[in-house]
Design a binder for this molecule. Sequence first.
Ligand code: DON
Length: 306
Amino acid sequence: MNQDVLSKIVENNKGLISQGAVATYIPELAKVSKDYLGAVIAFPDGTMLSAGDTKVRFAIESISKTVVLALALLDNGEEEVFKHVHKEPSGDAFNSIKKLETEPDHLPRNPFINAGAIMTASLIKGKDPEDKFNRILEFMKKISEDDSLELATDIYLSEKATGDTNRGLAYYMKGQGVLSGNVEDILDVYFKQCSIYVTTESLAKIARFFANGGVLSTGERVIPKKYAQIVSGLIATCGMYDQSGEYLDNIGIPGKSGVGGGIISPVSSKKIGVAVFGPALDAEGNSVAGMGIMKDISKEMELDMF
Ligand code: DON
């Protein structure tokens, strides 16, 4: 892989943008241009290859769920976290309530669907919601090696104002006695974690962090290797929601998407992190051109795990 090849890959996938649309259920996200497209590959020595719109800031959305899972594991340990959330793909849409009702224990199927992420957000330690969010933001800055990350207040307020499906999921879990704490406080942390501004570069470094077993490019270990393996494993099985199987089959590396248009792929075998940004999404909420780029990068660099 070199700069020219990566630039060509981004260029070649621009045609797919017309097959998707920006997310509109969060009004502030509807204002983003659907034409952005970018890709970054972060290598273990700290170097990166970037092509396209890689410095544009956008909301991390569901990709934050990987970071919050890692912090919840640090705060509580593996055994405690997985008393509250399962590790299985749901096969349903990311905001579905279906299995919360039909599963006998009413626990979310995994930490990456909205119900599961609200659960893991509730496990973050801190004296109040602000403290909990600040701990998430500081942790995300550390593992992305990017101090410029910050809350996108307009997006946060937009999520909070329109997040009734998430409220439904959280109150249902509280009603079943599986979610503890003040629901509005937990949702506040969740809405804020989704509304952190990132760039494709910061996301690629987060992916590299997980691919390197929880170690930064400086060599500093931040989380135990086991926790990074749990996050990467769940990204592979549950990261693209009801498209997770197809993504793994088609592209051959783990992928975690967000409705802001980002996708991260931690590639443990090569210790590299790949991230793409393309806000035009398909019906499942995954970046259409972003997945096209991931497929081409995987092919070009022979990343397929199988
Ligand atoms: O809660 C939500 O619906 C959004 N904040 C995040 C959803 C999301 O990113 C799903 N990803 N593809």
